[in-house]
Design a protein around this ligand. Structure first.
Ligand code: B12
Length: 466
């Protein structure tokens, strides 16, 4: 008997139910689930999705799940998603006791012991799921489900697996009446709708203490990057299907592989693309490879996410960032020179960080004057060296999975003065008056250069005429 699988995306820890499309974290697909969906559909399985962000609450979830009547449910989870994932699985088993429940995702891999304690879970798949998940579905369908509960995901060849199935999300969102002018929610002036996200590889070669070794458990120590040709082929599909006008790479640090970021802009231009895009980079790479910045800017790069993290060298060393304050300044300057917007990621309230050191970060932000501020209260995540440090020194104030969330509202580390940090965070985003004035001019310029001939034609209904 063919089986039917329903995926559940539990991402409501930040903004709750009814939050779809409110901001980037509520308006993006999960590439993990979209990729599993493509793999399962490729093997002939029927799959659909329940995205908790689109629902009004647990009562509605219960109803929808009963209607969908799946044989298997597959749930993804980061650590922050634990509570809604547990609740969804409990309801699924209550609605249909024979449903097979499978969980996977960063938390399952990075905190397996903890995940094993989650009630009502039949299978836990660690690492990547594209090969193992369809195999498990087949075994369940054929009536010889494996006896072991934990399955280690086989590492897929990223150039062979099918492209992420965006329609898993888009079809579901449409059912709930969401307007889909843009497949995903754009988040910066430089990135017009229709906007999509893409991932060119998995893993990261750097060793920052707030992330590693956790992510190595998930993807391995080395980065595996898809071929440029494979990424261009996905862009072709995205152009044809969703007519994207801009996109962003989710890769942790796309620019770590200089060969790749040399070949990609060439191929992108050769294929006739000029659509703007953002990606993640690092201050040291930008400083050492300005030629790379120039090449990427020429092809359409409009913004770098940069983990500046701190304006203090001791703190940068403590978190093993591998960059310096000087590089932070220089990187911002280089971006400005090449017309690249700066999305500044930085943290406050790290273990051992003093108020003076926090003020160094406030000063750094005022000096580099980023286009976008993305501050966070440092949050210790399981599986990372800084998490272990916080536990060993009894510094963690995290009492529930919900506290791993993004919004920087609650105290995370003992000994930090969060009233001061809130003030410092606000102050770090207050531009110097002269910068505020210059910025006004910069935005007018950005807006003007977004009006490309292709867009004018599209507005006039003559798209495709070129
Ligand atoms: C894009 C991204 C985001 C987007 C999320 C978009 C979305 N809707 O998914 C945004 C910017 C919103 C985001 C936010 C956060 N993120 Co984030 N994010 C990422 C990033 C860079 C890429 C995710 C991705 O698509 N990966 C590629 C896919 C293919 O991998 P995957 O999702 O892991 O899925 C594979 C496997 O895990 C497995 N799998 C996954 N689910 C399932 C389910 C089943 C049933 C099975 C069998 C297998 C399986 O198979 C998949 C395919 O191989 C990762 C780092 C990374 N490189 O992965 C961090 C990462 C996932 N984020 C992380 C964190 C910490 C956060 C925040 C909590 C940060 C913060 N403090 O603000 C917030 C939380 C937001 C919230 N929900 O409130 C951590 C998670 C660590 C953890 N222990 O959970 C990661 C790993 C980064 C890191 N190294 O620290 N994030």
């Amino acid at each position: 008997m063919p089986i039917k699988t329903t995926f559940i995306y539990p991402g409501i820890a930040g903004r709750g139910f009814n939050s779809l499309k409110q901001g980037m974290d509520a308006g993006w697909i999960s590439h993990g689930l979209a990729s599993l969906s493509a793999a399962a559909k490729g093997q002939g399985f029927e799959v659909d999705l329940i995205d908790l962000r689109a629902l009004s609450g647990w009562d509605q979830f219960r109803e929808v799940l009963a209607e969908r009547d799946p044989d298997v449910i597959g749930v993804t989870m980061m650590s922050v998603d634990y509570n809604p994932a547990r609740e969804a699985i409990a309801i699924a088993k209550a609605v249909k006791p024979e449903v097979v429940t499978i969980i996977g995702g960063p938390h399952v891999t990075i905190a397996l012991e903890d995940s094993l304690r989650m009630p009502n879970v039949d299978y836990l798949v660690t690492q990547e799921g594209e090969v193992t998940f369809p195999k498990l579905l087949r075994a369940i369908e054929e009536g010889h489900a494996p006896p072991e509960r934990v399955l280690r995901g086989e590492t897929p060849d990223l150039d062979v697996i099918p492209f992420a199935d965006r329609d898993l999300f888009l079809d579901e969102w449409r059912k709930w009446g969401y307007d889909l002018d843009s497949p995903e929610v754009p988040f910066a002036d430089e990135l017009p709708a229709p906007f999509v996200t893409i991932i060119a590889g998995r893993g990261c070669i750097y060793n920052c203490a707030f992330c590693k070794p956790g992510e190595d458990y998930l993807f391995g120590k080395r980065t595996r990057r898809r071929s440029v040709a494979n990424v261009i082929a996905e862009l072709e599909m995205l152009r044809e299907r969703y007519h994207f006008a801009s996109f962003m790479f989710h890769d942790d640090c796309l620019t770590e592989d200089r060969e790749w970021v040399t070949a990609f802009p060439e191929a992108y231009k050769a294929q006739g693309y000029a659509e703007p895009f953002f990606c993640q980079s690092r201050a040291d790479i930008i400083v050492k490879h300005e030629d790379m910045v120039a090449r990427m800017a020429d092809a359409g790069l409009r913004g770098y996410f940069i983990g500046f993290e701190s304006g203090n060298d001791r703190v940068l060393k403590f978190i093993r960032k591998g960059t310096t304050v000087t590089q932070n300044h220089q990187a911002a300057h280089i971006c400005r020179k090449h017309g690249i917007s700066v999305w500044a990621n930085y943290m406050m309230g790290l273990p051992t960080e003093t108020k003076e050191e926090v003020m160094d970060t406030v000063r750094l932000m005022k000096e580099i004057d980023p286009d976008y501020y993305s501050p966070a209260f440092f949050t210790p995540h399981p599986g990372t060296d800084l998490y272990d440090y916080a536990v060993e020194h009894d510094l963690s104030r995290i009492t529930d999975y919900d506290s791993y969330r993004r919004n920087p509202t609650e105290p995370k580390i003992k000994g930090q003065d969060y009233e001061f940090l809130k003030w410092a965070m606000a102050e770090s985003q207050r531009r110097k008056p002269l910068n505020a004035f210059k910025r006004w001019g910069h935005h007018q310029w950005q807006r003007a250069r977004r009006i490309t001939p292709a867009k004018v034609l599209r507005k006039l209904g003559l798209a495709g005429a070129t």
